[in-house]
Design a protein around this ligand. Structure first.
Ligand SMILES: [Zn+2]
Length: 215
């Protein structure tokens, strides 16, 4: 018999993938009943998974209506998100070059290797996993910069769950090269290079996802 914690993770991942791949469209209602039937599990793990997804910005709970997938960013919100990222993340990268412990740099490299191996496979599962690893990569850098307010501001953007739903078709290999340059700069303990590499990565990322907003 499956342990309940494991079942909870499976239910969570199944719903996460459906939202990230737009099988559940942005803004669409999510029926606990329907998902319970689709996945063949009781409503309890589904409600738990939806609560977790709500805390990650991917699901919205509305009084009397219930759960729905978070709407996509409009052009203004997209621009604001990148403006704030450009203020905070290059700063965080700079601080990481100064103070990130070697063991944490190793963890970042492991995340990158995992992302790299995911580019070999296709489908909603690997796409969702790639988004999750990219999120973990940026969260780790923010956390290691040691400014709790910056971490909080960045976490409230729910950057990756929003961005990866804009273009749910294939991952960008160039992002991996940008991550590699960033890690190299942190490893070399070069704050200027780390700041520049992060700025470059965010600007390139904005350019990639901007394809969603023609005109
Ligand atoms: Zn990234």
């Amino acid at each position: 018999m499956r342990r309940p914690a494991r079942l909870g993770d499976e239910v969570y991942s199944a719903i996460f993938e459906r939202i990230m791949s737009l099988e559940i469209e942005p803004g669409a209602r999510i029926s606990v009943d329907a998902i319970s039937r689709q996945l063949g599990v009781s409503q309890t793990p589904i409600r738990e998974a939806l609560g977790r997804l709500e805390s990650e910005g991917l699901v919205v709970k509305t009084h009397l209506i219930g759960y729905s997938a978070a709407p996509q960013l409009n052009a203004r919100q997209f621009a604001d998100l990148y403006e704030l990222r450009l203020l905070l993340e290059p700063f965080a990268a700079r601080k990481c070059a100064q103070s990130m412990p070697d063991a944490v740099i190793d963890q970042l490299e492991a995340l990158c290797a995992e992302m790299d191996s995911l580019t070999q496979s296709e489908g909603p599962q690997s796409y969702a996993q790639f988004a999750r690893l990219d999120m973990a990569f940026h969260d780790q850098i923010a956390a290691s910069a040691g400014n709790a307010l910056a971490v909080e501001a960045l976490s409230r953007l729910y950057t990756h769950v929003h961005l990866y739903r804009l273009l749910p078709s294939g991952v960008a290999r160039s992002a991996l090269d940008e991550h590699g340059q960033l890690i190299a700069a942190i490893k070399a303990r070069d704050p200027d290079a780390a700041e520049a590499a992060m700025r470059q990565h965010i600007e390139s990322s904005q350019h990639r996802f901007k394809a969603h907003y023609p005109g």
